[in-house]
Design a protein around this ligand. Sequence first.
Ligand code: SF4
Ligand code: SF4
Length: 357
Amino acid sequence: MAQAQRRAVESGVPDAAPFMHPTLLKNKGNWKYHDRPRPGVLHHVAHSGDQVWSVRAGTQRQMDTYTIRTLCDIGDKFGEGFVRFTIRSNIEYIVADQKKVDPLIAELEKHGFPVGGTGNSMSMVAHTQGWLHCDIPGTDASGVVKSMMDELYHEFKNEELPNRLHLSTSCCEINCGGQADIAVIIQHTKPPKINHDMVANVCERPTVVARCPVAAIRPAMVNGKPTLEVDEKKCMCCGACYPPCPPMQINDPENSKLAIWVGGKNANARGKPQIMKMVASGLPNNAPRWPEVNKVVGDIIKAYKADARPWERMADWIDRIGWPRFFEKTGLPFTKYLIDDWRGSRTNLNASAHIRF
Ligand code: SF4
Ligand code: SF4
């Protein structure tokens, strides 16, 4: 009999149930309480009396086959063969036998995977895909993450912060990294440079013109060839034209900088969800260790740790003390570059904490 053809699943992510630990499946929706016996370990108790421990370790998100095999082997040998990944690239091993927790932690740390990231600690830094999977990055997101985590390792391993601290890095201004308490995002400061010889062959010009959020691109003729031109007074250097039209190069070793944004959160807990605001701009994209970025991120975390009340997220802390005090306490300069002066931002200004003129 001909082998049944494998059919594509086109209805979203696959059902997680077949991959879940049997104790989690058995007690789904029937948990009594959970606690954290130590940083990096969650302990869930069900109404049935069943218990599970989840051991959380940080990973580098972009992993080679060898690393994934190592993590899986640890799960088979020291855990119970079940793992899951959190949205911030932590791996969690689920075990129903408490005796397995300590040897599992020891083995993970022996292989260089720190155990932590639970409760009021800093989770692993979420980072965007970078050069590995995306075609438009202006920096190496995972490199920035590595250099930051080397400095912030203590905050991952210990629960000493006022509340959860989510960090992210994004390697273009389109920013698929989403909201975070502190985000490092590329910041282009000059309009794209156009290679006119290539535009006609490579770009669908109407698509590129339509893509610009401030209508700064228009069709043009250069050396008898159809191409595009940019009204540099209107251009806000967002980089949105570069993906559909690579001859409109916006990445630049000097003029593509990094900016720090703070106060984003998706949660409804204690305060409403909030969009991040920029608090430092024009930091050099200084590979391979990005010391200027690490200094600003470190100063913000230090001030937050010292001044926020228990359970205040970054956004809640800033809401309470106000932006002037935020800049005082972090020692960051407030500059004109932090003011949203984009001419189309009337609605934006009415809906955000940006300063209005
Ligand atoms: S942040 Fe931008 S460049 Fe980086 S992966 Fe996302 S879309 Fe691509
Ligand atoms: S960088 Fe952004 S604002 Fe400037 S031309 Fe391109 S799409 Fe328009």
